[in-house]
Each structure stands twice: as structure tokens, then as C-alpha cells.
Design a protein around this ligand. Structure first.
Ligand code: CP
Ligand code: NVA
Length: 305
């Protein structure tokens, strides 16, 4: 049966570890120039209904390095933008390609695409989830801290796609997760329900960023207005006052605490310029690890197609 990567809720802890271990091997192979072209002759269709820099480039380069090919389909320029049903697009692409990566708005659209396509579907970001990014984040934290289990992850900001995926990914990997967000900007109820079931780990939903950051091993933030929320920007800037990851907040964290940001970052809003620059090496390592983590996902999902 084909496998998809639609959201981290669908993966077990073992699945996540398999991806992270394979990602480490991918990174090692690339650094030592060991060819890993197991997807030779295979093609990945990449559908983008939202903007992207990292996701597009890392998937395209990743497929190239694995010996395959990636093709870019923008929502606007393909027939998707003119209303061709997802189920028809799925059945057509499955006849040309060996996998589909999609970035869009509704999670339901990605789930529907996966149901109708006979080839693996990878979620490259929806309003609900950003699983590929969080796999890269977990990889980066494990690389620097040598483990995930028992560490405290603090997410400060909007209860958006990143918060949702970090809560699920962090808890599944044995981390304690504290989220601080203003009232009205909570993570998705499905994710909060999942968090209640992770009884062996500590999960907190707080309003106070200082309480969330206290003794954290990794502090993570993301934009206050995600793609598609541009018109809410002014309202959100007001609602998120006091939620900036700055030096004062970082002083409360564990010494040696890491900072992660999926990028693009808005300095002076969700993160101060000082904290961003002080942790730039970790943040750009995280961006690099998108490539390695996604190569692992592509390999594990598409090798048998
Ligand atoms: N972090 C991330 O997904 O970046 P892009 O929007 O540039 O793809
Ligand atoms: N939450 C952000 C992440 C961008 C990579 C967004 O959805 O726009």
C-alpha cells in the first residue's frame, strides 16, 4: 500500500525516528559526496497554491540529488486555478509522476488528493500542518542536543500550522511542550485533544510567554500572520504584543537553549534582531535540514513506486 505524509498525527514515534535516522544518513552522504540516487527515473509533481522559497528549492534539489526530477505546478497557471477537481488532478498526475508534493490552504484538499491519487502525497504546508518543516526542526534539535526525549520545547506565538505540527511532533518524540499564545489564537482543537492523550509527557497551553520559555531547551516561534492572513496583519500585531522572542525572554530559558524559526522571519515582531542573529547558525542549519529530511521522506515513500 502506498504511504503519504499528510500530517504528523498519522505517524508513529518509530516512523518519525526512521525518517530522522534516514535524514542523518542523507546528510552524511551529501557531505561525503556519496551518491544516493535511489529515485533515478522518478518524477515528483510539486503543486504550489501559496508562495515558497525553501520548500520549492529543497524539494527540487532533493529530487535532483536522488537521481529523479521535480516539476513545479503553480495553482494559478495550472488548471487547478481554473477549478479542475482535485480528484481529476490526482488521477492524471498519478499517470505521469511517482509522487506529489502539495502546498495549499485546506488540509481537507490534501487528504482528498491523497485518497484519490495512487501515488504518495506529501504535505508541503497547509493552514493546519507543516510536517516537513517540523521533521527538519526535530532533526536539527536532535543533532545539536543529541536527543529529543525529556527536552522542553517552548513555542511562542500563533497557534498555527507550525504550532500544531510542533506539538504533535514534539510530544511523539518524548519532549515536553509548552505553548504560549494569546486568547483566540490557540492551536487546532484536534491537536489539543491529541496532546491530552500524551499522558506520559507534559503539555501546557499558556498565555504568558515567560512561563512557557522558563527552563526551555529549545524556543521556537513563527510569523504572527501566516500566508492567507495578510489582511489580519494589523489586528494580529496588536494581539501578539508581548509575544516577541527577545533577549529578556531567552534569559529565562535553560543555558544553551536553542532557537528555531522556520523562516521567513519578521525581526522586531515575533523575534528580535538580536536573538535572531545570536541563533542564526541554528536557524540556517534548520533551513538546510529541510533538504535532508525531505530527501529521507522522498526516499522512504517513493522508492517502491
Ligand atoms: N519554511 C518554509 O516552509 O519556507 P518557504 O515558505 O520558503 O517554503
Ligand atoms: N505559518 C507560516 C509558515 C511559513 C513557512 C505560514 O503558514 O505562512
Amino acid at each position: 500500500m502506498k504511504k503519504d505524509l499528510l500530517k504528523l498525527l498519522d505517524l508513529s514515534q518509530e516512523d518519525i525516528h526512521e525518517i530522522l535516522d534516514t535524514a542523518d544518513q542523507m546528510k552524511f552522504s551529501q557531505k561525503h559526496r556519496i551518491a544516493h540516487d535511489h529515485l533515478r527515473g522518478k518524477a515528483l509533481a510539486m503543486i504550489f497554491e501559496k508562495n515558497s522559497t525553501r520548500t520549492r528549492v529543497s524539494f527540487e534539489v532533493g529530487m535532483y540529488q536522488l537521481g529523479g526530477h521535480a516539476l513545479f505546478l503553480s495553482g494559478k497557471e495550472s488548471q487547478i486555478g481554473r477549478g479542475e477537481p482535485v480528484e481529476d488532478t490526482a488521477r492524471v498526475l498519478a499517470r505521469y509522476c511517482d509522487g506529489i508534493m502539495i502546498r495549499t490552504f485546506a488540509q481537507a484538499e490534501v487528504e482528498e488528493l491523497a485518497r484519490k491519487a495512487s501515488i504518495p502525497v506529501i504535505n508541503g504546508l497547509t493552514d493546519f500542518a507543516h510536517p516537513c518543516q517540523v521533521l527538519a526542526d526535530l532533526m536539527t534539535v536532535r543533532e545539536k542536543m543529541t536527543r529529543l526525549e525529556g527536552l522542553k520545547l517552548a513555542f511562542i506565538g500563533d497557534g498555527n500550522n507550525m504550532a500544531n505540527s510542533l506539538i504533535v511532533g514534539g510530544l511523539k518524540c518524548g519532549m515536553d511542550v509548552s505553548v504560549a499564545c494569546p486568547e483566540g489564537y490557540d492551536p487546532d482543537p484536534v491537536v489539543l485533544d491529541f496532546a491530552k492523550t500524551a499522558a506520559d509527557r507534559k503539555f501546557e497551553l499558556l498565555r504568558d510567554p515567560a512561563a512557557a520559555a522558563a527552563d526551555a531547551d529549545v524556543v521556537i516561534t513563527d510569523v504572527w500572520a501566516s500566508m492567507g492572513q495578510e489582511e489580519e496583519r494589523a489586528v494580529r500585531e496588536k494581539a501578539f504584543t508581548g509575544y516577541c522572542v527577545d533577549e529578556k525572554l531567552m534569559k529565562l530559558a535553560h543555558p544553551g537553549c536553542m532557537v528555531q524559526h522556520c523562516l521567513p522571519a519578521h525581526r522586531g515582531e515575533e523575534i528580535s534582531a538580536e536573538v535572531f542573529e545570536a541563533h542564526a547558525d541554528e536557524i540556517f542549519e534548520e533551513a538546510e535540514n529541510r533538504l535532508h529530511a525531505q530527501k529521507a521522506v522522498l526516499y522512504l515513500l517513493m522508492r517502491d513506486q
